[in-house]
Design a protein around this ligand. Structure first.
Ligand code: PEP
Length: 250
């Protein structure tokens, strides 16, 4: 299972050190699952210095689609790798909504992150209106088509890194409302078969679920068909909850 911890804009050095030390102490839990933490850009090097000899992997919450130059405030893929990252999250709904990031932007970022060797998690998800109107599958289809429009340019034969889809219904993020087993099963199955058909590929793209995952509901989520892992926000900031989720994944 893939267990991804999105710290969002939380933690200073001191808190991150405490959290990471607690995780390292329980490292024996990490034998079967891939555990990745995604701190803010400012913490990447600091966190890397703590985890580099552990089994915990490091990721960034975004990257630029430019290589370098006059792009104030942006962080390139090369810089992220230089800070110790093996993963990047692209297109989180908070970036799509708050920063007006489009699926076209995400597609350009993927074309930078994947060829340079980063495992890339692309987030997709419908809002409450889409779910209630029952248009969610076509919304997701559109997000996949546009965010992965460069799929054919990615060389899966020569890359060891993975492309991962995170299904994160917006109505379930940070709300305490979790998608039902049927919701998750239907959508994950749909994403996997749509990618195979639309991009005419045999590559198996892992699909992870995100949206109010916690220590109580994670055991059942891991049992659902087509779930290859979870993306966790709030519960990843509390070491006890996060470690319990990891334990439930094994
Ligand atoms: C997220 O931010 O990706 C997320 C799923 O948050 P939460 O677990 O807090 O709902």
């Amino acid at each position: 299972m893939i267990i991804a911890a999105n710290w969002k804009m939380n933690c200073l050095k001191k808190e991150s050190t405490i959290l990471v030390n607690e995780l390292i102490k329980a490292e024996n839990l990490f034998k079967t699952s891939e555990v990745i933490i995604f701190p803010s850009f400012s913490l990447l090097s600091h966190v890397y210095s703590k985890i580099h000899s552990s089994n915990i992997k490091l990721g960034a919450q975004d990257c630029s689609f430019f290589d370098h130059g006059a792009f104030t405030g942006q962080v390139s893929v090369e810089m992220i790798i230089d800070a110790g990252c093996e993963y990047v999250i692209l297109g989180h709904s908070e970036r799509r909504i708050i920063c007006n990031e489009t699926s076209e932007d995400i597609s350009k970022k993927l074309l930078k992150s994947f060829p340079l060797g980063l495992n890339t998690i692309i987030c997709i998800g419908e809002n409450l209106q889409d779910r209630e109107d029952k248009t969610y599958l076509s919304v997701l289809k559109n997000q996949i088509k546009l965010s992965l429009s460069n799929f054919d340019k990615l060389d899966f034969n020569f890359s060891n890194n993975k492309l991962i889809i995170a299904y994160e219904p917006i109505w379930a993020i940070g709300t305490g409302k979790v998608a039902t087993e049927q919701n998750i099963n239907e959508v994950h199955g749909f994403i996997k078969s749509f990618i195979k058909d639309y991009f005419k590929t045999k590559i198996n793209i892992p699909v992870i679920y995100g949206g109010s995952v916690n220590e109580d509901n994670s055991k059942d989520i891991f049992k659902i068909d087509n779930v290859d892992g979870v993306l966790i926000g709030g519960a990843s900031l509390k070491s006890r909850s996060f470690l319990k989720i990891i334990e439930n994944s094994t």
